[in-house]
Design a protein around this ligand. Structure first.
Ligand code: NDP
Ligand code: 2IT
Length: 446
């Protein structure tokens, strides 16, 4: 990076946010790709747009006390980072995972600003979460945690202010408990959360949206390069919400998904993953992926996560967590003939892995663009809540497909315009940035 302004902004970010490597990683990637834009736009420098963009508008950290099944008091830490509201109310998921700390929520919130801008819908960026681990907890414990979490969070959110949703560890069950508590405290039935149950304002196709959207985006990227999912071998990491519906859609588009994983290990089934079995294990029984091998003699289970990238495939869809593909894994993918990596998870590739993709001419679908279908459909849920109507599955799915196509088109044309044709990461960052930057400039120094 040579631009003095951007170098200065990045130095400040590093100084101000010590001990937050994921946040610094996310900011560095974006600033590096914005260089050609900033070189052409002194007006944005003068308006201090990037200095303001890297500092969250508001960060809330709070105590979440709850009582476990043994009557013992437990204390977790809750977070909500309201990153940017230039183009709409703050919008983004809630992550419940023991690894959560402020740096994770900030990196996710920062990414969300650009992603939401790309969706074409009016949504700002935010993210929240807690270091609470829903794994192994009873429904009663999860409910008491969610109620306590929302008791504080309800003071800071609202349908026109900040609209949370799911992320790792937060699915339909958790959103339901949080919605119930918000309604009880505020005495209002509004679309304050998305990903709600279908009986109380949820949108059809929201459950499927991130995984389906990932495949729609990837199919567009493949098509633009004379390729398709048809007959391709696909490896998908994770076996949660995003992974399951990516597997379903990739299979429907003619691919064979041969591997899936969780945080303990991965299953390889050369005959193609039996998705009904995975759904039963993960969505209904909340069990480990290793159980799959017990009932599927053609499948093998291996402990550890990173080994999944040693399985030969044409297309890799990382759908678990950040930094799950490092340089070595990326090199293995390339060596085994993989020609496309498209990201369902947020920031699943390390900067060194991305370097490997770009140097080897892989088709690379960056998370901000490729996984934006989830939040885009959350935006559609907000629209339905506002007009107090529900659209059919087909209507929502058709809108999702259109949105993913326009996101790909935006990435493709921005990359081309700024002299980086085929670099969809640069295209996503630039296209996402420009809309937010114009809005920030127009609204003055706020
Ligand atoms: P889920 O909780 O439904 O599933 C997460 C999956 O990833 C599980 O299989 C989980 O395994 C695995 N996983 C989680 N943490 C780790 C870890 N540290 N190491 C290895 N594996 C891990 O979450 P989602 O499917 O919703 O989210 C997956 C990714 O997609 C996340 O990066 C999320 O931010 C992103 N995303 C989600 C969207 C959504 O709408 N839900 C939208 C856009 C992006 P285990 O069960 O063992 O924990
Ligand atoms: O990372 C993401 O985009 C999400 N977890 C979904 C956020 C949302 O508001 O639907």
């Amino acid at each position: 990076m040579k631009n003095e302004y951007l170098i200065g902004v990045l130095e400040t970010v590093k100084k101000r946010n010590p001990g937050e490597p994921e946040f610094i990683q996310a900011v560095t990637e974006v600033l590096e790709t914005l260089e050609p834009v900033i070189d052409r736009r002194p007006d944005l420098v003068e308006a201090g747009v990037v200095d303001r963009l890297v500092e969250p508008e508001r960060q809330i950290i709070f105590r979440v006390p709850w009582v476990d099944d043994n009557g013992k008091v437990q204390v977790n830490r809750g977070f909500r980072v309201q990153f940017n509201s230039a183009i709409g109310p703050y919008k983004g998921g809630i992550r419940l995972h023991p690894s959560v700390y402020i740096g994770i929520i900030k990196f996710l919130g920062f990414e969300q600003v650009f992603k939401n801008s790309l969706t074409t819908l009016p949504m700002g960026g935010g993210k929240g979460g807690s270091d609470f681990d829903p794994k192994g907890k009873s429904d009663g414990e999860v409910m008491r945690f969610c109620q306590s979490f929302m008791t504080e969070l309800s003071k800071h959110i609202g349908a026109d202010c900040d609209v949370p949703a799911g992320d790792i560890g937060t699915g339909a069950r958790e959103v339901g408990y949080m919605f119930g508590q918000y309604k009880r405290i505020r005495n209002e039935f509004t679309g304050v959360l998305t990903g709600k149950g279908l009986t109380f304002g949820g949108s059809l196709a929201r459950t499927e949206a991130t995984g389906y959207g990932l495949c729609y985006f990837t199919a567009e990227m493949l098509k633009a390069n004379g390729k398709s999912f048809e007959g391709k071998t696909v490896v998908i990491s994770g076996s949660g919400n995003v992974a399951i519906y990516a597997c379903q859609k990739a299979t429907a588009m003619g691919a064979k998904v041969v591997a899936m994983s969780d945080s303990n290990g991965y299953v390889y089934d050369p005959n193609g993953i039996d998705l009904a079995a995975v759904k039963q294990l993960k969505e209904v029984e909340r069990k480990r992926i290793r159980e799959y091998a017990a009932t599927h003699p053609t499948a093998t289970y291996t402990e550890g996560c990173s080994g999944i990238w040693s399985i030969p495939c044409d297309i890799a869809l990382p759908c678990a967590t950040q930094n799950e593909i490092n340089k070595e894994s990326a090199e293995l993918l390339v060596k085994n003939g993989c020609f496309c990596v498209s990201e369902g998870a947020n920031m699943p590739s390390t900067p060194e892995a991305i370097e490997v993709y770009l140097q080897n001419g892989l088709l690379y679908g960056p998370a901000k663009a490729a996984n934006a279908g989830g939040v885009a459909t959350s935006g559609l849920e907000m629209s339905q809540n506002s007009e107090r109507l529900s659209w059919t599955f087909e209507e929502v799915d058709a809108k999702l497909q259109d949105i993913m196509k326009s996101i790909f088109a935006a990435c493709e044309s921005a990359a081309k315009e700024y002299g980086m044709e085929g670099n969809y990461m640069a295209g996503a960052n630039i296209a996402g940035f420009l809309k937010v930057a114009e809005a920030m400039k127009a609204q003055g120094c706020v």
